[in-house]
Design a binder for this molecule. Sequence first.
Ligand SMILES: CC(C)(COP(=O)(O)OP(=O)(O)OC[C@H]1O[C@@H](n2cnc3c(N)ncnc32)[C@H](O)[C@@H]1OP(=O)(O)O)[C@@H](O)C(=O)NCCC(=O)NCCS
Length: 162
Amino acid sequence: MTEITFRALHAEDAACLRLMLYHAIYVPPGDVPPPLTIVDQPDIARYIADFGQRAGDSGVLALADGVCIGAAWVRLMEGYGFIAADVPELSIALVPEYRGQGIGSQLLDRVLAALRSEFTHISLSVSLDNPAKRLYERIGFQEWAINAGTATMRLTLPPAAE
Ligand SMILES: CC(C)(COP(=O)(O)OP(=O)(O)OC[C@H]1O[C@@H](n2cnc3c(N)ncnc32)[C@H](O)[C@@H]1OP(=O)(O)O)[C@@H](O)C(=O)NCCC(=O)NCCS
């Protein structure tokens, strides 16, 4: 049976992170997926450029029998889900074969738990018709703004346990 494990994301995981950034791009049903090189466009590449080297960068990888199959990460940046300079933006994706099995929820639990001591809020951007929005709402993200079919959402983190 496939063993799913989790570990902290490091700067050396750049290739995996690039692939997960690609999988994080929402493709509506019936649309042709973009080429992988879309992640090199500056507005997308900024989510992972030199990841691990800036204050506020952190994330968790999911591995299946040691192979990277998913990631959730945050970065302080003026991305599509920008709310404020001290609110990191969350990104998350799994390769398609591992979706809908609870792995994304576990990734979110892990990445968010690690942020409580440092931040009070987390933001993200999600298409209104992306089923992932239901997952975000279930764990407490609330709509902050809506623009052109996309929601910016915000989560208030509970304080870290003493
Ligand atoms: C979003 C994602 C990381 C969630 O991880 P997951 O392991 O599939 O999620 P879980 O099994 O823990 O939880 C199920 C929830 O995930 C979401 N989900 C499930 N399959 C999904 C899919 N193919 N695409 C988007 N969201 C999905 C739904 O909200 C689902 O809740 P529901 O059962 O009420 O519909 C994963 O589905 C994924 O990589 N999706 C494509 C990339 C993406 O949309 N990233 C977010 C961009 S804002």
